[in-house]
Design a protein around this ligand. Structure first.
Ligand code: SPV
Ligand code: MG
Length: 566
């Protein structure tokens, strides 16, 4: 061991990412390099499967392989370039980082020639260790290399001493003992014989290599078997049977090889699959034939670990941002609108070219409230907007708001904002409500005198304190809500929004059950009655004061006013 290496008790950066990312409880604790070393040294034949990006690395692991071959040929092919060092080594390093993050089994990197001389090799080894790579294999050729199966005999081999320098430099610069350096002998590829191969392997062993990769481009395994017979067990021997693939794996076992690399089969299978798919879609100009032959989108999400992210969101995202759902009371007929609401509910009245409800949905969505339930009643079939859930109050009498909400109890879960289907508003209103940390909260308009001047129906409130420009108004609670409050006691107008926390929502569900389980009542219960019941039950309803910026569509003039409101 070189003195430049750190003592063992210092945390290895080899598995840096294993600490950075959330890992399953059964994630192996042994560093990847140590596992690779053990696999290569073990008496059992090990199989390394090629991968060329994060996705293929994950698939290789899921198939059951214990180690990955990060193939230079496959990575360059996937990048759309030749296996001739056209991709820079740092570009390859980027790919390796994704592969390492996406898998928990060790990776042996095809380091080509080490990307230069001994000095490049030193830096390569350090960078690989930092990315949690288990080991590197370098071949005794010169930079830039050419793939061994392209005119191999024309390829010059590296000078033995110079290549030994690369091995030594790599071994000396690794910070941890476990990192594996495999020396790849290309003598057979270059047309040299067994003695040259043995001479080189021995020199590389002496230089500190942990294993020898003996490569051959023959269709039969004669070269590698002859090598192994002579070499014995001086160091573990790794093979790549791409060309002599018909040889039984038992032969490799019998000869005592350490590891077999299936070097490019993930990349080649992708090519076939992609060619077929592209051809079919091009010819048929439809996806119909292809859909059932390819991985589902759900499978893509599974491989990406989407589920883990959902779990993490539950742990790390603020509650409010997680699931605020809106429940919109859209059952009202609105007979005061005359003919306009004969065949549709009030919430479907057209304002500026779209139904009131469409504007409301857009505003909620702009405030990131995406889970929306609309409670329908009058002419429910006229409500046909997409992307929302519907609950129905089928009671034929002019519906009670409380009863409508009761019919939407299935949507009363978690954090909710309940509001009316005939109130236009700006997105800051739900946004402000979402920020309030209280079981119940309402928005109150301090411009209440405007509505009195206009002589329209309004639900007034008395609060624990009037709005004050000089305080932050953060501790104000609702005392009373009614249309009959003497002007001197009015602090504002309730805008029809009630926000409930998960606890508040659960309470509200129970309350509605109590109030409505016997069906609609003689005197229909409205939302103001629900608020009064919450107060009567001793619960606190927080008040958020605002001024204007909403429109209650109560009269025909309001429909016109709605156009300018937007
Ligand atoms: C690779 O997979 O890139 C290899 C093996 O180096 S071979 O293509 O056979 O040279
Ligand atoms: Mg290669």
């Amino acid at each position: 061991m070189s003195s430049s290496k750190l003592p063992k008790n210092i945390d290895s950066p080899i598995d840096n990412h294993e600490r950075v990312y959330e890992r399953p409880a059964d994630f192996p604790k042994v560093p990847k390099a140590a596992r690779l070393r053990n696999l290569i040294r073990s008496q059992e034949l090990t199989f390394l499967m090629e991968a060329h990006n994060g996705l293929s690395a994950r698939i290789v692991e899921e198939a059951g392989f214990e180690a990955i071959w990060a193939s230079g040929l496959s990575i360059s092919a996937a990048l759309g370039v030749r296996d001739s060092n056209e991709a820079s080594w740092t570009q390859v390093l980027e790919v390796l980082e994704f592969m390492s993050d996406a898998s928990s089994i060790p990776i042996l990197v095809d380091g080509d020639t080490g990307y230069g001389n001994f000095n490049n090799m030193r830096r390569l080894v350090r960078k690989l260790e930092q990315r949690g790579i288990g080991g590197v294999c370098i071949e005794d050729k010169q930079f830039p290399k050419t793939n061994s199966f392209i005119n191999g005999t024309a390829q010059p081999l590296a000078d033995i001493d110079e290549f030994c320098g690369r091995i030594k430099a790599g071994k000396d610069s690794q910070r941890y003992d476990e990192f594996v350096v495999v020396a790849r002998v290309e003598a057979f590829i270059a047309g040299w014989g067994l003695s040259e191969a043995l001479k080189r392997a021995e020199a590389y062993r002496m230089a500190g290599a942990d294993a020898i990769l003996i490569h051959s481009a023959k269709r039969h395994p004669s070269e590698i078997l002859a090598f192994k017979r002579e070499w014995g067990d001086r160091l573990p021997v790794v093979i790549v049977p791409t060309k002599y693939y018909t040889t039984s794996t038992d032969v490799f076992r019998e000869f005592g090889f350490s590891a077999v690399i299936w070097a490019n089969h993930m990349m080649r299978s992708c090519i076939t699959a992609m060619q077929d798919t592209a051809k079919l879609i091009f010819q048929e100009q439809t996806l119909i034939s292809v859909e059932d032959r390819i991985a589902s989108i759900a499978e893509v999400f599974r491989l990406q670990g989407a589920e883990e992210l959902e779990e993490a969101e539950k742990r790390y995202l603020p509650q409010n941002a997680k699931v605020t759902r809106a429940i919109i009371l859209g059952a009202a007929h609105g007979p005061e609108m005359g003919l306009l609401t004969d065949s549709r509910p009030k919430c479907m009245l057209d304002v500026a070219g779209a139904p009131v409800l469409a504007h409301i949905l857009e505003t909620y969505r702009a405030a990131s409230v995406k889970d929306i339930t609309v409670i329908r009643g009058w002419k429910k079939e006229a409500i046909d907007l997409e992307g929302v859930q519907y609950c129905d109050n089928d009671d034929e009498r002019e519906p009670s708001e409380a009863y409508s909400l009761f019919k939407g109890s299935s949507a009363l879960e978690g954090t909710c904002i309940i509001s009316y289907g005939d109130v236009l508003f700006k997105k800051y209103i739900p946004q402000e409500l979402m920020e309030v940390d209280a079981d119940f909260a309402v928005i109150v308009d301090t411009n209440w005198k405007d509505s009195r001047n206009r002589d329209r129906y309004a639900e007034y409130v008395t609060c624990s304190k009037p709005y004050s420009r000089h305080s932050n108004n953060s501790d104000i609670v609702l005392m009373k809500v009614s249309e009959d409050i003497p002007p001197k006691s009015i602090d504002g107008e309730w805008m029809g929004f009630l926000k409930t926390s998960p606890t508040g929502t659960a309470f509200l569900r129970e309350l509605l059950l109590k109030l409505c389980e016997n069906g609609p009542q003689q005197t229909p219960l409205q939302m103001v009655d629900v608020l009064s019941e919450i107060i009567a039950a001793g619960k606190t309803i927080r008040v958020v004061y605002t001024a204007g910026n909403w429109l209650d569509i109560d009269r025909v003039e309001d429909v016109l006013a709605g156009s300018s409101f937007r």
